[in-house]
Design a binder for this molecule. Structure first.
Ligand code: ZN
Length: 372
């Protein structure tokens, strides 16, 4: 049957190049709906502090954590950030990802937030990875300012500029104790909506802070993390069509053993997406690594994981009409895995599994390495 279909296809179309995936499996190119990919530096010392028991919020209160990255990113010019990010995108593609979302959020002042979004815009133009852009000026409240004053700067100065230069598709807020409260998050996301940026939200990651409720009330395209959300708000997502984006590598790197209730979400019939949440506090980029964590910590099956890193992730970016599955009319974004069957997704951490990656039909990775 399969051989007959192949022969039929070969008669109908005359390929200029054939790629053999004999004995391998092919899947839609992976989609990562949540990354903080553009920043300078790394924070491995902080990871060691965490191993010794310090919490994310304790590190943040001591001026470490995100502010360390913000200071380094402010000092770095656009061209250097482009080159650092290009290097990371090479790893992204070698991990099987063909589309990803990138957030700003390490500028926290108008010039630097716009600079980061311009880096993302340059990366979009350079390709070949597809990139969705998210404005996350509300990632943290910079020291020596108040939530009110910084929210005003976001709404009155940053958002109009982001919208005028068409620098982002989405507006995101870190709604959390020590970051933005429910009122401020609502105000910022509403202001973003008025400028044409669909809301996303970092919701209930460390505490139950009303993030999932905001996502439902505003009809956000996605609500991300959801580790501590009310079950009733998760239930509502079935009606509001908010896509829950679960980020297990983030909990894994925070060493807190607190994970989003993905099994409950799946029982509710929600279309659970999986993302990396790549950042200096969670240096994890590969969807197959996320898959292994999701299989072990969230008890997601291979089928659920594959949907989570392809079609459901595409839905979290509003791109499911053009990517996320192998269907007629969609882009030929394909990953070829050296595996006997799809159950290897989640079964391994993915070492050596990615063989080829095609974006829009072009071979970008071969033998697990970027084609240059
Ligand atoms: Zn994040």
């Amino acid at each position: 049957m399969e051989a007959a279909s192949s022969k039929l296809l070969e008669r109908k179309y005359s390929p200029t190049k054939s790629i053999s995936a004999n004995g391998q499996i092919i899947l839609p190119g992976f989609v990562d709906p949540h990354t903080h990919l553009v920043f300078q530096g790394s924070r491995e010392e902080e990871f060691q502090l965490r191993q010794q028991g310090a919490s994310y919020l304790e590190i943040l209160r001591k001026g470490g954590g995100i502010m360390e990255t913000v200071n380094k990113t402010r000092e770095t010019g656009k061209d250097e950030l482009v080159s650092i990010s290009r290097e990371r995108l090479g790893t992204v593609m070698e991990s099987g990802t063909t589309t990803l979302e990138i957030k700003s959020g390490y500028g926290l002042q108008p010039y630097d937030e716009l600079k980061i979004l311009k880096v993302v815009q340059t990366l979009q133009k350079l390709g070949p990875c597809r990139i969705a852009s998210t404005f996350l000026g509300a990632h943290a409240i910079p020291p020596y300012t108040s939530q009110e004053e910084y929210s005003r700067i976001i709404i009155e100065e940053m958002l109009p500029a982001v919208s005028q230069h068409r620098l982002a598709d989405f507006c995101d807020v870190f709604c959390e104790d020590g970051a933005f409260d429910e009122d401020a998050s609502m105000k910022i996301l509403k202001a973003g909506s008025r400028k044409g940026l669909r809301p996303k939200i970092h919701a209930d990651q460390l505490t139950n802070n009303g993030g999932a409720k905001i996502a439902n009330d505003l009809g956000a395209i996605s609500a991300d993390h959801l580790t501590h959300s009310n079950m009733s708000e998760l239930e509502k997502m079935k009606k509001t069509s908010v896509i829950p984006v679960v980020l297990p590598a983030s909990s894994h790197s925070l060493l807190n053993h607190e994970y989003a209730p993905a099994r409950d979400m799946l029982t509710m019939g929600l279309q659970v997406a999986l993302g990396s949440d790549f950042s200096p506090s969670n240096w994890t980029l590969g969807p197959l690594t996320i898959a292994a964590i999701a299989a072990r910590e969230l008890r997601m099956t291979s089928e659920e994981i594959i949907r989570g890193i392809t079609i459901n992730a595409a839905k979290a970016l509003g791109l499911d009409r053009s990517i996320g599955s192998l269907s007629p009319g969609k882009s030929a974004d394909i990953v070829v895995l050296k595996a006997p069957n799809h159950r290897w997704v989640g079964y391994t951490y993915g070492e050596g599994l990615v063989d080829k990656v095609l974006i829009a039909g072009r071979e970008e990775v071969s033998g697990g390495r970027r084609v240059t």
